[in-house]
Structure formats: C-alpha cells, structure tokens
Design a protein around this ligand. Structure first.
Ligand SMILES: *Cc1c(COP(=O)(O)O)cnc(C)c1O
Length: 396
C-alpha cells in the first residue's frame, strides 16, 4: 500500500511508545509508578457532568452550528474578556474538538506550502507535526535551563525569514511548566509586530499557576499585537475534561471564519451535549478549578523537593502546568536510554525529553496521587544513584 507522503513526514509519538510499554508491564501485574500522564487525574466536576446529562435528556443530540453553540461561543468570549482582558465577541470564537484541534484548524487556515512557523523548544509534541501536516516548515528555536526555557526577543528575531508566518507560544508550558512574565511577552510581541507575523498563544494551562504567578495573554500587550494574536485553549486541563473534546480558538474574525469553513467540512460541530457541559463549566462557580489547582500545588512542591535532593538531577522550579522538566545531563545518558532503563529496572514511567526536542531532560507529570509520587521518587533516586558511577560525589 502506498500511503500519502504526509504520513511519512509525521513522527510517530514517542510518548505513546513508552506508555504502551508501561501498560503492557502493568497488565502483567508489575507495580508501575507512572508520571507520564498528560492529563489531570481528577474526575470531571459533578455539576458539569450533570449539565451534559440534562442536555442529553433535553434532546441536545442533533447537529449544531459548525462554529459551536452560540451560547458557548458567547460564554467563551465573556471569559476571555473577564479573565484575560481580551476584547472579543462570539464572532471571534470557534468551538473546536479540543485545544489540539483548534491549533490544527488554525494551521490549515493560514499556512501555505513553504510557510515557516517558529516553535521554541522544548515544545509540545504536536506543534511541529501539525505544521508539517498543513504543508508548512517548523523552525525550532532551542532554549535551555539558563533562560528558564524561554525564547528571547533576540532569538525570535534571528529565526525570522521572509517566509515566517506564525510564532507559537505556550505559557504555562508543557513540558517545562515555565510561565512568561508580561514584560517578556511585551518584548516578544514587539518582534512579532515589527515583522508583521501572527502569533498563536496556547493557554490551555492558564488556570494552573502557582505561588501567586499571574498568567498574561500576549494579545493584551498592545493594540497592534491584539490584531495579530490567536488564543488557543480548552476545557481539558482546567476542568479535568480531557475526554470531552471541547476547546476553542479566538482571534480576528477573518481567521475564525476561515477555521469555521474548514471545520464545516471536516468534523462539523463539536459533540452537542458536551458543549452544554462546557457552558456549565464556564457559567457555574469556579471553586472546582481552585480545588484542583491547590492539589496540584501541593504535589508540585513534594515532587520538586524530592527531585532536587537526587544527586545528578537538577530542576528549575516551574510556575505552572503540572510537569517538572529536570536535566539528566550529568547522568551521561540520552533521555530515551534513561527512560527505558528506568522503566526496566525500577518500573517508573516518564517521558524522554527528546519527544519535546530536549534530549538532556525528562518530563515528569505530577497529575497523580501523593503516594505514587513518594514511591516513584524513591525509585528514581535509587536508579540515578545506581547509575551515577564513582566519579562524582553525591551533591547533597
Ligand atoms: C493538553 C494540551 C492541549 C490540548 O489538549 P486538548 O485535549 O486537545 O484540549 C494543547 N496544548 C498543550 C500544550 C497541551 O498540553
């Protein structure tokens, strides 16, 4: 069978390979501590589930408008005004099948063959693949721990060519957990504006910030950047609704209309009754979001303390999301070697940094219970010590 060339261009997900191995071991009865999850471990809050059930009973089971239920588009626009200071109406919003699909729609709507898209590394695994699927060229700009894994305005400027169309920013970041300050965003916004680019801001983790950190949307930095900004987000992470597949893209009407045209011929509307659950999520009390955030904050501190006590690992403290991204440079192993051996020898599953374009790091998710964190960190400590050889004294 001759498959389309675009399939060859797309890299199979490394994270899924590790996950499959961990699941196979678990099925064999092995006690696995997994930190590979990219989703909250909480149940969807009951009032949201209830709203979707009521929608089913009320017959909200038919096709709807491709761009989304009008009431949900309105509620999302309102949220973007209230929480983020972004002046949007319902016409600036399309409801999509998750945040992932909102980005995919955007790529299809604006990328032509040969267009370049600037992606700071470490990046979320799907960004470069989506750009390629749309016929564009991902331009990866590496960052490191010294700059808190944040791209600088000079680095952004340097990566721009006449073919550059779009810059992708993700704050809080998956996998690093880093959060850009408003000053950092303003400086990047200036580069975007002076080169007449578009920027898409993936804000799916905006509600998960810690120690008083403020989430800022780059679109608020100036009137000029507002006109060039797309916001991509969804309900998955803040409301523990990963399986519901509801997200959104917001921005200039022309682009939202283009995305709607594409969606109209691909997926049509997002599952109607799931959208009614999402309406309840936005219109009810936000206490559930805070409850989950507080639980994440506690786990983050526990895992951070344990990791930094392991000689050979070092980790910057992330301000958001639910990941730690420690460096394994001192172990001398590649991230895949590290994760493979760790799974074999200590039955701990995590994601190699190479999946995010950073081979000297590993990603641990703390979206899991405290007992797993305690047991898993014990094992990780044992593993790193067993590998650290005799050349280096423990850094205690
Ligand atoms: C989880 C995630 C998304 C979107 O997830 P959906 O389930 O499609 O809403 C987008 N960006 C990043 C960085 C993520 O981690």
């Amino acid at each position: 069978m001759k498959l389309a060339k675009r399939v060859e261009q797309v890299t199979p997900s490394l994270t899924l390979a590790i996950d499959a191995k961990a699941k196979a071991l678990k099925a064999d009865g092995v006690d696995i501590c997994s930190f590979s999850a990219g989703e909250p471990d909480f149940a969807t809050p009951a009032h949201i589930v209830e709203a979707a059930k009521q929608a089913l009973d009320a017959g909200k089971t038919r096709y709807g408008a491709a761009a989304g239920e009008p009431k949900l588009r309105e509620a999302i626009a309102q949220k973007l005004q209230n929480d983020n200071g972004l002046c949007y109406g319902a016409e600036n919003v399309i409801v999509t099948n998750g945040g992932k699909h909102s980005l995919f729609n955007l790529m299809l709507a604006i990328i032509d063959a040969g267009d370049e898209v600037i992606i700071p590394a470490p990046y979320w695994v799907s960004y470069p693949e989506m750009v390629k699927l749309a016929g564009g060229t991902p331009v990866i700009v590496p960052t490191d721990e010294k700059s808190q894994f944040k791209i600088t305005p000079a680095q952004l400027q340097q990566a721009i060519t006449p073919k550059t169309k779009l810059f992708i920013i993700n704050s809080p970041s998956n996998p690093t957990g880093m959060v850009y300050t408003s000053a950092e965003l303003a400086a990047l916004a200036e580069v975007v504006v002076s080169n007449d680019l578009l920027v898409v801001s993936d804000e799916i983790y905006e509600k998960l910030v810690y120690d008083g950190t403020q989430h800022v949307s780059i679109g608020t930095c100036s009137p000029e950047i507002y006109e060039r900004t797309l916001v991509s987000s969804g309900f998955a992470k803040a409301y523990s609704m990963t399986g519901w597949r509801v997200g959104w893209l917001a921005g200039p009407v022309e682009i939202i209309r283009a995305a709607t045209r594409i969606q109209g011929h691909s997926t049509s509307n997002v599952c109607t009754f799931a959208q009614w659950g999402a309406i309840a999520a936005l219109e009810s009390s936000q206490a559930c979001v805070e409850t989950m955030r507080v639980a994440f904050a506690e786990r983050r501190q526990a895992m951070f303390d344990r990791i930094n006590a392991i000689p050979g690992l070092s980790c910057a403290k992330p301000d958001g999301a639910f990941y730690l991204f420690p460096s394994i440079a001192k172990t001398g192993m590649t991230s895949l070697e590290f994760c493979d051996a760790l799974l074999e020898e200590q039955q701990v599953a995590l994601i190699p940094g190479i999946a995010f374009g950073a081979d000297d790091c590993i990603r641990l998710s703390y979206a899991t219970d405290m007992d797993t964190i305690n047991r898993g960190m014990e094992r990780l400590d044992k593993f790193v010590r067993s590998r650290s050889g005799s050349t280096e004294a423990p850094r205690l």
